[in-house]
Design a protein around this ligand. Sequence first.
Ligand SMILES: Nc1ncnc2c1ncn2[C@@H]1O[C@H](COP(=O)(O)OP(=O)(O)OP(=O)(O)O)[C@@H](O)[C@H]1O
Ligand SMILES: [Mg+2]
Length: 222
Amino acid sequence: MIVEVRGLCHRYRRNSGDIAVLENVDFTLEQGEFVAIMGASGSGKSTFLHILGCLLKPVSGSYRLNGEEIADLEEKRLSEIRAHHIGHVFQMFYLLPGVDVSRNVSLPLMYGNVEEKEVQRRVLKAIHQVGLEDRISHKPTELSGGEMQRVAIARVLAQNPELILADEPTGNLDKNNSNEILGLFRRMNQQGHTIILVTHDAEVAGYAQKQMILDNGTFSRA
Ligand SMILES: Nc1ncnc2c1ncn2[C@@H]1O[C@H](COP(=O)(O)OP(=O)(O)OP(=O)(O)O)[C@@H](O)[C@H]1O
Ligand SMILES: [Mg+2]
């Protein structure tokens, strides 16, 4: 079992009062599963992915990844996990503004011990897979929203992590590009990658084997 969440709670603290987001969430995912998470805007989907991505500590509850209790880990181990085991396609992309497409795609590989030649090979392949060869030397400000989204996806393809967390990865794409990208995710899943995909689109969710809905702080099967 790769992801195991038990009794997880999260709330954001603000001066104007706490915002309760996740309430006693149980969620498990086996190795190689592909699940879609749906739910209203503001229901806590991105918050949940940030927790799974080890970027945000929940207020309480347990999150075990490959058997390791994340709350018990030190920052060094957490950054190892983020670099080697988890790929995150962020809802807001989070591309590095000062560097070009190829550098942005290679970023997660900079923390590993992948040889330079292999880095180049993976980066070019990923950029080709998302159809951005002719934008390879562009900086993020020189790209459209959908192109930025595809760079964010290429970054995860090049990283090739065990667990992929994709937050609305096709939200800015037209139908053709969206289908291409979802096909790439499906292929990665067939190769054994575990995928969690957040979407508002039931058709997109249909690419996953299992659909979950986040509502009122907790999950149910769609
Ligand atoms: N850093 C923060 N501080 C305070 N409140 C926050 C913070 N981040 C998110 N929230 C609030 O927590 C709730 C859940 O936010 P989240 O981004 O997880 O929702 P979401 O389901 O991803 O929504 P969307 O579909 O619009 O992306 C929202 O009501 C939001 O306003
Ligand atoms: Mg969100």
